[in-house]
Design a protein around this ligand. Sequence first.
Ligand code: C5P
Ligand code: MG
Length: 209
Amino acid sequence: MPPTNQSTPAFSPADVTVLFVLGGPGAGKGTQCARLVRDYHFTHLSAGDLLRAEQDRPGSQYGQLIKDCIKNGAIVPMEVTVALLEKAMRDTISATGNKKFLIDGFPRKMDQAFKFEEVVCPARLVLFYDCPEAVMERRLLERGKTSGRADDNEESIRKRFRTFVETSMPVVDHYDAENRVVKVDATPPPDQVYAETQVKLKKVLGDKL
Ligand code: C5P
Ligand code: MG
């Protein structure tokens, strides 16, 4: 067996395209990702959705940990999330052959960013949905009426906003300093946000994305 080299990512960015999709809770990441999937054949992987599925998986050793983190808007230890994402990418590639990924809601913390790019795949860019807290709060409370999510309530929302400002914005700032961020104003209605998303992404990635 050849020795394993920790610093070689599992996937080459020449072969696999990863766009990180960031923005505060309620910025509209999932809504925009759905449109990009429809029009440009990306596979959408939401870190939050993968964590919620793992939480509910019978026999998961991380169920309670994930549940507590989500309720408190805290970041789940990166080993868990990075492993779930890598598995989902492998499963997608072997099942469908699709190698274009929108990784939504990740990385939320600097350690996740470094770990993922080191062991899984360097990202092509970061798509950042910028939105004022008042707008996000209104959307989350509206979604909370039907989402059934344990964290779409006022107390959890306040904690999620705090985590976003203190822990996740530094990730956006880090990539911005490397000129790897495409920033979109997420305040307008979804169609308008999507129009701006397409224009700005095409400038960087070309017309076919
Ligand atoms: O992105 P979403 O709002 O679905 O995330 C819900 C929760 O999942 C976050 O508030 C956090 O507790 C957890 N999460 C995480 N690390 C990520 C993404 C989500 O810990 N990269
Ligand atoms: Mg989401």
